[in-house]
Design a protein around this ligand. Structure first.
Ligand code: DOR
Ligand code: ZN
Length: 346
């Protein structure tokens, strides 16, 4: 029997939603993870310090009895965000980052930013107080092909922004391309990049060849195989700039399996076994802990977790649930399409 014990992981990019969905999905993350950066794209979005305090309280109230889990809150950046509120948010200790959604880029992003020059005072304040900016790195220009939107964003938005504000710490969220890997690798310690579990497993053929698979559709959309391989190399490299952000994003089956389905893969339930599989396949099990438990805290300037997580490899793949039940309907758990022999055990 093969096994590995690592420091308890954190998820540096997570969607928990609210209400009944929050109550259904939170235990899936809290089971394995000590902390998570909580995305603010609720309806309406979480835009002020007061909003984050309320949302954090609802998350804590939804935790199962005995669970030890710390939500690390984010503010949803709008063109009306007040630099003073952001400074107060940073000082409060509740808010660990501000999230930039280019308006229209993804789920509930219409309240996001259209014109970056309008949020420069906020970004300058963030650089001053050391609060990181988490970026959904895709342009929204309709003419730009969806598979090119990340690379174009890096050249036309991210790089100019970082040159203008070199003191701003930025996380490129859920990178999906070799261009993203190259840009992050060449940048200094003010830049981090999260990588999702599903982007280490999927390329665009998995979504589209032989039938359309809505549960593999997410944003940014999975790209060609060469990009997946670049992400695998980055995640398993041990390079401190890369860390896990699952982007686990629950939508009910009814919303995924329709003519215009929602974007998001729900990986909270089985991320750690999947990552053990991926890292073992690449001969990098000894670097799993860096990716899931060390590099993220270092970037966010937070202590590493003191508790641990044990993963055990079984001869027969242990079953995992294919769906979780929510009051709004079932949510399909990400199925990688291959047997997974690893399981988290006490
Ligand atoms: O696939 C995604 N789902 N990508 C995002 O950026 C948002 C997320 C969601 O909130 O459903
Ligand atoms: Zn997300």
């Amino acid at each position: 029997m093969q096994q590995i014990t690592i420091r308890r992981p954190d998820d540096w990019h997570l969607h928990l939603r609210d209400g009944a969905m929050l109550r259904a999905v939170l235990p899936e993350t809290a089971r394995d993870f000590a902390r998570a950066i909580i995305m603010p794209n609720l309806v309406p979005p979480v835009v002020t310090l007061a909003d984050t305090v309320g949302y954090r309280d609802r998350i804590l109230a939804a935790l199962p009895k005995g669970a030890v889990f710390e939500p690390l809150m984010t503010l949803y950046l709008t063109e009306d965000t007040d630099p003073a509120d952001v400074a107060a948010a940073a000082a409060s200790g509740v808010v660990k980052a501000v999230k930039l959604y280019p308006a229209g880029a993804t789920t509930n992003s219409h309240g996001g930013v259209r014109d970056l020059t309008r949020v420069l005072p906020v970004l300058e304040k963030m650089a001053e107080v050391g609060l990181p900016l988490c970026v959904h790195g895709e342009v929204t220009t309709p003419e730009v092909d969806i598979f090119d939107r990340e690379a174009v964003f890096i050249d036309t938005v991210l790089d100019p922004l970082r040159r203008r504000l070199p003191g701003l710490r930025v996380v490129m969220e859920h990178i999906t391309t070799e261009e993203g890997v190259a840009y992050a690798s060449s940048a200094g310690p003010t830049l981090g990049a999260t990588i999702t579990t599903h982007h280490l497993i999927l390329n665009r053929n998995h979504i589209l060849a032989g039938g359309i698979r809505p549960h593999y559709y997410c944003l940014p959309v999975a790209k060609r195989e060469k990009h997946r391989l670049a992400l695998r190399a980055a995640a398993t490299s041990g390079n401190p700039q890369f860390f896990l952000g699952t982007d686990s994003a629950p939508h009910t089956d009814a919303l995924k399996e329709q003519a215009c389905g929602c974007a998001g893969c729900f990986t909270a339930t089985n991320t750690m076994p999947l990552l053990a599989h991926v890292f073992e396949e690449d001969g990098a099990l000894d670097r799993l802990e860096a990716f899931t438990s060390l590099n993220g805290p270092a970037f966010y300037r937070l202590p590493v977790n003191q508790t641990t997580l044990r993963l055990v490899k079984h001869a027969t793949p242990p079953p995992f649930p294919d769906k979780i039940v929510t009051e709004a309907g079932p949510v399909t758990v990400f199925n990688p399409g291959f047997p997974v022999h690893w399981r988290v055990e006490a």
